[in-house]
Design a binder for this molecule. Structure first.
Ligand code: ATP
Ligand code: MG
Length: 420
């Protein structure tokens, strides 16, 4: 048996070869969020289990089978690694009274945890960027969210590969009427239901529509539609959202089967989907959740939001050939000799004072082998320090990418020459 330690299954290391893409994505997202005036919140990765049960719903895939829940042996509390960000974000807004002076536009980003079967685009630790607008009844905010996501796909170069599907889940009355019809429909087809569906028939029949079981798709396709139950105000809201999309020239498809896997949604729901990731085709999803703030103990406040799966977007960016270059240092600092080795840190710090990125050669070795590393580093210049230079406070600058002579200068002048 091997005793090599490995990461937990479905949880990935992000290695130096991948981090430039992550950083590029994160920079783009931050800039994009600033354009829309959203503020960041950072909540703990662990929450009390009850928060997710109440927010997401007891009879959902996430709560029933995907949560990392454990008892903290030290005090007996049941804790859960967050499977999504909305519950924590709303909890924090209530706990810190963020809505006291009206609506708040918030965002968060970070790892989420779900015990799913790992495959491309589906992991047990994955990352989301999530956006929440708390305290706005819409539909203007619903439209803002769709427009802003469309802009992000353009910024990331993915606009041609992602399309929008929308639906309305109506209000509580519509869902209650629909629920009765669904139960009757599925009861009439009980023999075709899988175990999950049978169990959910009376607890949460809407979730049956969200099944990933291919054998159930035909049955689900023909099920009564929530859309048919919508009252006038829900229809008006949905029409306004569609109008907003039309005005902005954003194509979309109304998908009456779109129900989302979490219980907190009402009215507008949407998914941005791609054909490029197989059954992991949803890259961003969300909608309105007007009841959640009150459900979690806050003063009632309407809200809407969405979350995107970072890994899925990054796979798409990679496949589209959008891989940013690994950033190279400005300077690779070669140092040969005892006095040179002592002088080198001072050289490096002086150049860094001037804002230059300096890779200081570590571990000794011959001049030749150090120069090889300098070349491979991608640096524009090597700075070479030998004992002679060290003795008089000078350095030799050698261009690595452009033609040019090596020149020896006082350390005090080096930065200015390198930047010039
Ligand atoms: P799916 O139907 O693919 O399971 P979901 O409806 O469970 O997705 P949400 O809870 O809406 O997903 O999360 C928002 C986004 O987070 C998804 O659209 C997806 O891009 C991403 N996501 C969800 N679960 C995972 C996972 N296990 N691994 C990677 N990304 C995920
Ligand atoms: Mg899921």
């Amino acid at each position: 048996m091997s005793n090599v330690l490995r990461a937990v299954r479905g949880m990935n290391d992000i290695l130096p070869a991948d981090s430039p893409l992550w950083r590029y994505f994160e920079r783009t997202v931050r800039g994009w969020l600033d354009l829309y005036g959203y503020s960041e919140v950072r909540t703990p990765i662990l929450e009390h289990t009850g928060l997710f049960k109440r927010a997401i719903g007891e009879v959902t895939d996430i709560v029933e089978k995907e949560m990392y829940t454990f008892v903290d042996e030290l005090n007996g509390e049941s804790l859960t690694l967050r499977p999504e960000g909305t519950a924590s974000c709303v909890r924090a807004a209530i706990e810190h009274n963020l809505l006291f002076e009206g609506g708040k536009r918030l965002w968060y980003a970070g790892p989420m945890f779900r015990h799913e079967r790992p495959q491309k685009g589906r992991y047990r630790q994955f990352h989301q960027v999530g956006i929440e607008a708390l305290g706005y009844a819409g539909p203007d905010l619903d439209i803002e969210h769709l427009l802003m996501t469309a802009r992000l796909w353009r910024l990331l170069g993915l606009a041609d590969h992602i399309r929008l599907e929308i639906n309305s889940l109506g209000g509580a009355d519509a869902r209650a009427r629909h629920r009765e019809k669904l139960i009757a429909y599925f009861q009439a087809h009980e023999a075709e239901l899988d175990e999950d569906a049978k169990r959910r028939l009376h607890t949460n029949p809407l979730r049956i529509l969200d099944t990933k079981n291919p054998a159930m798709q035909t049955l689900v396709e023909a099920a009564p539609q929530l859309m048919d139950e919508l009252d006038d105000s829900a229809r008006t809201h949905f029409a306004a959202v569609q109008q907003g999309l039309d005005d902005a020239g954003i194509p979309y498809r109304v998908n009456p089967r779109l129900v989302r896997g979490l219980d907190y949604y009402n009215l507008t729901v949407f998914e941005w989907v791609t054909d490029r990731l197989g059954s992991q085709g949803t890259v961003c999803a969300g909608g309105r959740y007007d009841g959640l703030v009150a459900q979690l103990g806050g003063k009632p406040a309407p809200a809407c939001g969405y979350a995107m799966g970072v890994e899925r977007l990054l796979v798409m960016m990679q496949e589209a050939g959008l891989t940013p270059a690994v950033p190279a240092p400005d300077v690779y600092l070669v140092n040969v000799g005892e006095a040179a080795k002592r002088f080198a840190p001072e050289v490096a710090e002086t150049l860094r004072d001037a804002g230059l990125k300096v890779l200081l050669h570590g571990g000794g070795g011959s001049f030749k082998s150090q120069m090889k590393k300098a070349d491979a580093s991608g640096a524009r210049h090597a700075i070479i320090v030998g004992d002679d230079e060290a003795a008089v406070g000078e350095v030799a600058i050698k261009p690595l990418r452009l033609a040019g002579e090596q020149q020896r200068v006082a350390l005090t002048r080096a930065a200015e020459l390198l930047k010039g």
